[in-house]
Structure formats: structure tokens, C-alpha cells
Design a protein around this ligand. Structure first.
Ligand code: ZN
Length: 438
């Protein structure tokens, strides 16, 4: 089979560097861990952070550094003619991988010139079947990277890291190419929802930014879920089961009753598109005490609050017959839908669309059924939509990435830099009110 055409000569030129970097980064175990007691949650993320700083320094980005919380930042200086007018544009990807699938000992495999058939991986009986993966079906002739079958690949989000690095390397090697001041930012612990929590926006100093943490070619994501996390603790009454009649109140049974009473049509397995859900994802229980952890998601804040009220009502009703049982329901905000913050800075999306088109791709605006670092960063005053990376089937042993699409993403970054030196974007950004973080 003839190799799949690249989206541009630039993408083809960048493809080797993107792939080399990607293969290097995925081998480092950077899986994050929930319930962290420090940032980053795991030492492997620091190992990757140190490697990236070394490589950025090697490209001539002398200020590249890893801070005490595990964030990597570096500056690409502007081309002379854009130095005055252009805003500072951030490029962000996360270094950690998901705790939801094995992430140690990743052995990437490149399958050259995909022939449209099933891809069998050597370990774990893992198969990539185009019948059940419509996105794979459209990648005829692409070079597909997978893990070996018993781990995730880590394209989420090392594809994004490799694409930013390759684009920055290209810009560093070609000082004649126009670019504004670019700020690279690699974050830890995104997968546990903490990627933006210790991100020092003042030090970063960008006017807008882009995460490279999406998926299918051409994706430009300007909306994320709004997100709440719920922790429900039920206290029963424990009594020796031999003499428990009329006395024992089983917290475990009450927890099961609560879960059973939550409407199935509001579950992740029954919803898609713009629908939200309530997802109980962890239950620990004894007769004495039970804890349910759940996440609540919707694009609309009112509906999200409605889910919180529904959960509370469900708990009250489930416990109504057991007055001696007590409960606490804690709700914690995780992130907000970034849409309204991005609506206030339309040129950030317009510049991305122009860059994607310049790469010969039709941009596709899609909502993220999840969150990104951009959700919190946008809320904090740094408008940050999400761009495609060419990675697919995240958080699983079936994860894969297309080399041609990763190269397209890297080329899109180079074009985005050029777009931001055009005066109409610089001027539109200049009219924004002062940054919230001062
Ligand atoms: Zn990600």
C-alpha cells in the first residue's frame, strides 16, 4: 500500500522528529496517582520533566525550567517584526498518563502503512478492530503506533508533548519563520484533575493558550463538561448478626439501594453528545459504614445543579425507612464548562481555525465529554481551547496514534504561531481587559 499522504510537506518534514520524541517519552512511566500528597503525584513525571527541560535547553530555550511542583515552562522568543504587537501565546500538554490502565513498561510498536485489517498486539490478546473503531477505519495507509497490548500507550498526552516539542524545535531551527512570544507549559497530574491547580499563571504570562490534548484530526474543542464530585458517607448501626433482629441497620445495603435508585438513563453508558450523567464509580462498604464516590457531569450549569439535587433527594428517600442511619453528602467543584470564557475571546478560536485550515484540514468544533487543563485555566483568565493530537482510544490497552496526524498537529502549531503575528489577531487580543491574575 502507498503511504498515506501527509497533510502538508511541513507535516511530512516534522513527522520523523515527532515520532522519535513520542517513542522516547512514552517509555517513561508517568502514570499519576489519585489521592496525591505532593505535586507531582509520582516521580516518573519529574523524570520526563527533567528530560524535556534538557531537550528545550538543547534547542536554545535557555530559560527552560522545572519548578518545585513539577511544571515545565520555557520561552520561544518572538521574531523581530512581531515583537511589539503580538500577544504571548501558550502551548500546553500534560506529562502524566491515566491511572485507569497499566502504564509501566510501555513498549511502543509502529505498524507502517495500515492495511485496514485487525491489528493484533503481541500481549494480552489485545486487538484493534476497525469494526468497533470507526476512527481507525479512516486511517488506511497511516503509520499506527500502539503499545504492546498489556499497557496503555500514553498518546494521552505524550502525543501533545511530542507535537509541541517538534514544532518548537522547528521554529528554533528556522528563526526566519514569524512567531509571537510562545510559552511552552507541560503540566503534571492532569489525569487526576490537578493539572491546572498549581499552574503559576503570573509566571507563565501568556495572553491565551492552547492545550494539545484532543484526538481526531482537525478537532478544536471550545467546550468541556462542568464537573462536580460527590462523596457520600452512610453510617449504619452495627450489631452482632446473631442478635441483630430489629437493631442492625446495614450501611452496605443502604448504599446499594442508593445506587440502584439512581436513574439508569443518566449513566455514562446510556448518554452521549451533549447529555450529562451521574456516575457512581467507587463503593467501599461494611455493615457499619459505606462510602460512594460519584462524578456529576453536564455542559449546562443548571442541569448539573439539578443532578446534585437529584442525588441528595435519592439519598434521603433511600434512607427514609431507616431513621437511625445517618449520612453526609459532600459535593466538590472540579471544573466548569470553559465555553463562556472562550466566548469572551473569540479571536483565540478564530486563530486556531485559521491555522488548521492553513494545514489543509477542515476544523471541527466539538465539545469535550470531560475536562482538560484548559477548563480551569480558562476560568482563571487564560482562554485555553483544546486542539487535536491524533491519539485515540485513550486510557486503555487499545490506545493508538497516527504518525501522520501527530505530524499534522505539529505543523498546525507552526502555522498557529504565524497566524498570531498577523495584526488583526494581535489587535483583537490587545482590546481585552487586563488579565484577571494581574
Ligand atoms: Zn489528556
Amino acid at each position: 500500500m502507498a503511504p498515506a499522504p501527509y497533510t502538508s510537506a511541513l507535516a511530512q518534514q516534522l513527522s520523523r522528529d515527532v515520532l522519535d520524541r513520542f517513542m522516547r517519552y512514552v517509555r517513561i512511566d508517568t502514570q499519576s496517582r489519585r489521592d496525591r500528597d505532593s505535586s507531582p503525584s509520582t516521580p516518573g513525571q519529574l523524570e520526563l520533566g527533567r528530560l524535556l527541560v534538557e531537550e528545550l535547553q538543547g534547542l536554545g530555550l535557555g530559560d527552560a525550567e522545572l519548578d518545585e511542583h513539577g511544571y515545565v515552562m520555557a520561552t520561544v522568543p518572538p521574531s523581530p517584526e512581531s515583537a511589539r504587537a503580538a500577544p504571548v501565546v501558550g502551548l500546553i500538554a500534560h506529562m502524566d498518563t491515566s491511572p485507569d490502565a497499566p502504564g509501566r513498561g510501555v513498549e511502543p510498536i509502529v505498524h507502517r502503512g495500515y492495511d485496514g485489517g485487525v491489528i493484533e498486539l503481541p500481549l494480552g490478546g489485545t486487538r484493534l478492530n476497525p469494526e468497533t473503531m470507526p476512527e481507525l477505519r479512516s486511517k488506511l495507509g497511516h503509520d499506527i503506533v500502539t503499545a504492546s497490548g498489556d499497557t496503555l500507550l500514553g498518546a494521552d498526552d505524550k502525543a501533545g508533548v511530542a507535537e509541541i516539542m517538534a514544532a518548537v524545535a522547528h521554529l528554533a531551527a528556522h528563526p526566519e519563520l514569524p512567531r509571537p512570544t510562545l510559552r511552552v507549559g507541560f503540566t503534571p497530574d492532569e489525569e487526576i484533575g490537578m493539572g491546572a491547580s498549581l499552574f503559576d499563571l503570573g509566571r507563565y504570562g501568556a495572553d491565551c493558550a492552547y492545550t494539545l490534548d484532543g484526538s481526531e484530526l482537525g478537532e478544536l474543542q471550545d467546550e468541556s463538561f462542568g464537573a462536580l464530585e460527590a462523596l457520600l458517607t452512610i453510617h449504619g448501626v452495627e450489631v452482632h448478626p446473631g442478635v441483630a433482629k430489629g437493631k442492625l441497620i446495614s450501611a452496605l445495603r443502604l448504599a446499594a439501594k442508593v445506587i440502584d435508585a439512581l436513574p439508569m438513563e443518566l449513566s455514562p453508558e446510556r448518554t452521549d453528545g451533549r447529555e450529562g450523567f451521574i456516575h457512581p464509580y467507587e463503593l467501599t462498604a461494611t455493615a457499619g459504614t459505606a462510602q460512594i464516590r460519584a462524578i456529576l457531569r453536564d455542559f449546562d450549569e443548571d442541569r448539573l445543579e439539578g443532578y446534585a439535587r437529584l442525588l441528595e433527594r435519592t439519598v434521603r428517600e433511600a434512607l427514609a425507612d431507616s431513621p437511625r442511619a445517618t449520612y453526609e453528602l459532600e459535593l466538590r467543584r472540579q471544573y466548569r464548562n470553559m465555553r463562556k470564557y472562550l466566548d469572551a475571546a473569540p479571536e483565540v478560536l478564530a486563530a486556531a481555525e485559521e491555522a488548521i485550515r492553513a494545514e489543509g484540514i477542515e476544523p471541527r468544533r466539538t465539545p469535550i465529554r470531560g475536562g482538560t487543563d484548559g477548563s480551569l485555566l480558562s476560568e482563571k483568565g487564560l482562554p485555553t481551547p483544546n486542539l487535536f493530537t491524533g491519539g485515540h482510544e485513550y486510557h486503555s490497552a487499545r490506545e493508538w496514534a497516527s504518525v501522520q496526524e501527530m505530524a499534522a498537529a505539529a505543523a498546525t502549531i507552526v502555522r498557529l504561531a504565524e497566524v498570531w503575528t498577523r495584526s488583526r489577531y494581535a489587535e483583537a487580543m490587545g482590546l481585552r481587559p487586563a488579565r484577571a491574575w494581574g
